[in-house]
Design a protein around this ligand. Structure first.
Ligand SMILES: Nc1ncnc2c1ncn2[C@@H]1O[C@H](COP(=O)(O)OP(=O)(O)OP(=O)(O)O)[C@@H](O)[C@H]1O
Ligand SMILES: [Mg+2]
Length: 505
């Protein structure tokens, strides 16, 4: 195995090591990079580690005084063989040792003088728990190894995709959706439901995956009145008196009873009829209640029948995009997300629908940590899936650019995290607290990642690793992302209008 692998250098004896957890080697290859995995043949087995830091040194340049002195006349390199004296030292963190096909804890240091090689990719694959049939998310940084993660490990205990705006969260989510749609039935497929806050995923419909994708226009979503608790209606009636609320509650109960007896569904019109017919409401209360119900009607959310049928959103290997981009009210979006999440989970518990993953863009809006003034109507439903979903095949993929505002309960249940570039110190801190196995060096690397580069950490990988997210296979024009384009089109439209008016005159 070792002969085909590139030689990286020679283990040296230093003050710190070699120990069972760290060693250093003097670099003999141009290809050594921070984060790279290396292996060393030791007495007890094959030791696997990764380069944690690299130092470059040169005796010629050690004394600031003499460097300054020499460089005043001419560069030192013209008079001395300075490049011959340069050497590079790489520090390695030991991950473990392979012995008899198993990864065990390293119990004896590697020997100084021994050669270090680039890690064998089969070995690495085993160590990282990647598998041939896994979901292909990208390639390992510094290696050709494909990061193909096990579906169970990635999703069963929930996934969080965290990063600042513009670093590639939605792109990665699209890659994941492609992988889920491409799975063969015999491997086990899930249904995918995407809560699409900005209408970014609708393009899937016109891609090669179109047949497996359905789009739900958020403006057409209707929740049947019978599924709406009076308490929720009250949130739209801030000025209602407790007596008025009690009456409305009674009327809703009556409607429910009637509905159950006659098997007829009912909506706001039926509610209005009941209010009109009520004899318990005084002169002021009746028009007030009717006024509020009118306002609720204008939301265009509450109806007689459910649309879309929530159960139909989940089909194995297919994706349903719930496009909320056309909806203005934050509260209305929350009511929708709450309803969809609750219903999906309850149907899944009864095994009426396939296992599913609910992908939630802007997750911090729906499951916020703090509820200052803002309502958080969907938080309970999301936290319930986060806590109990894994037992029933109900998974969450929380996507957020503000991890610090995301519910700690929900985030801590996400056993796999994929983190792209993050620079905000508060967000970094939260990520450090919520992700097990992430160290300070990794946290600081997160701030320097480029678009599409990510740290994969948690259940889905044997060890935290940096990956480059693979290219998306589907392509479509992203909606309104290019500011120049938007500005140009806006002006063009004005000019066009003007010429049209002039032509008319
Ligand atoms: N892996 C990648 N390869 C190539 N291009 C990418 C990759 N990831 C992201 N991009 C590009 O970078 C831009 C931003 O990506 P994306 O929209 O996914 O960011 P985001 O994190 O979802 O941002 P926001 O928080 O604003 O939603 C897009 O134009 C996208 O095409
Ligand atoms: Mg996005």
């Amino acid at each position: 195995m070792g002969s085909a692998l590139e030689e990286m250098g020679t283990v040296i004896s230093t003050f710190e090591g070699p120990t069972t957890v760290v060693f250093s080697f003097v670099v003999g290859s141009k290809n050594v990079r921070k984060g790279q995995f290396v292996q060393v043949e030791a007495e007890d087995g094959l030791v696997l580690g990764s380069v944690s830091e690299i130092t470059r040194a040169n005796r010629y340049f050690e004394s600031a005084e003499s460097v300054a002195e020499y460089e005043r006349s001419s560069p030192m390199s013209t008079n001395f063989p300075t490049t011959d004296w340069e050497y590079i030292i790489a520090n390695v963190r030991v991950h473990g040792m392979f012995k008899g096909g198993l990864m065990i804890r390293s119990t004896f240091p590697v020997a100084p003088g021994i050669k270090v090689h680039s890690a064998d990719e089969e070995l690495l694959k085993k160590f990282l728990h990647f598998e041939e049939n896994g979901l292909f998310l990208g390639t390992l940084a510094n290696h050709k190894l494909e990061a193909k993660v096990n579906l169970n490990k990635l999703l069963q205990k929930h996934l969080a995709i965290l990063a600042m705006s513009g670093s590639g969260k939605s792109y990665l989510a699209s890659v994941l959706i492609e992988e889920l749609m491409e799975r063969k039935a015999e491997k086990g497929r899930m249904g995918i439901v995407i809560i699409d806050s900005h209408g970014e995923y609708a393009g899937f419909r016109s891609s090669q995956y179109g047949k497996s994708v359905s789009i739900v226009d958020g403006k057409k979503i209707r929740i049947p009145l019978r599924k709406i608790a009076p308490a929720l209606l009250f949130t739209w009636m801030p000025d209602a008196s407790s007596q008025q609320k009690r009456e409305l509650e009674k009327i809703m109960l009556e409607l429910k009873k009637d509905g159950e007896q006659t098997h007829n569904s009912y909506g706001l019109s039926e509610l209005v009829e009941k209010i009109n017919a009520s004899e318990n409401l005084d002169k002021k209360s009746k028009p007030a209640l009717l006024g509020w119900v009118g306002e609720i009607r204008s939301l265009k959310l509450v109806g007689k029948e459910e649309y879309p049928k929530i159960g139909e959103l989940v089909k194995p290997g297919c994706a349903s995009v719930v496009d909320l981009s056309g909806i203005d009210g934050e509260k209305k979006k929350q009511v929708i997300v709450s309803y969809v999440a609750k219903k999906l989970f309850s149907m899944r518990k009864k095994e009426k629908i396939a296992p599913f993953v609910l992908m939630l863009e802007e997750a911090h809006n729906y499951a916020p940590e703090k509820m200052t003034r803002k309502v958080a109507l969907a938080k309970g439903a999301i936290e319930t899936i986060a806590r109990e979903g894994r037992k029933f095949g109900a998974s969450l993929c929380l996507i957020s650019q503000r991890p610090v505002h995301l519910s700690v309960t929900a985030l801590s249940q996400c056993n796999t995290n994929i983190i792209l570039r993050v620079t905000n110190p508060n967000d970094i801190k939260r990520i450090g607290e919520s992700c097990e196995g992430i160290d300070d060096a990794m946290l600081s690397s997160i701030t320097t990642l480029r678009v599409g580069e990510a740290l994969l950490v948690g259940e889905a990988t044997g060890s935290p690793v940096f990956i480059k997210v693979r290219q998306k296979k589907s392509s479509w024009i992203p909606k309104g992302q290019d500011l120049e384009e938007i500005a140009r089109k806006f002006e063009e439209a004005i000019v066009k209008k003007k010429t049209e008016v002039e032509a008319f005159l």
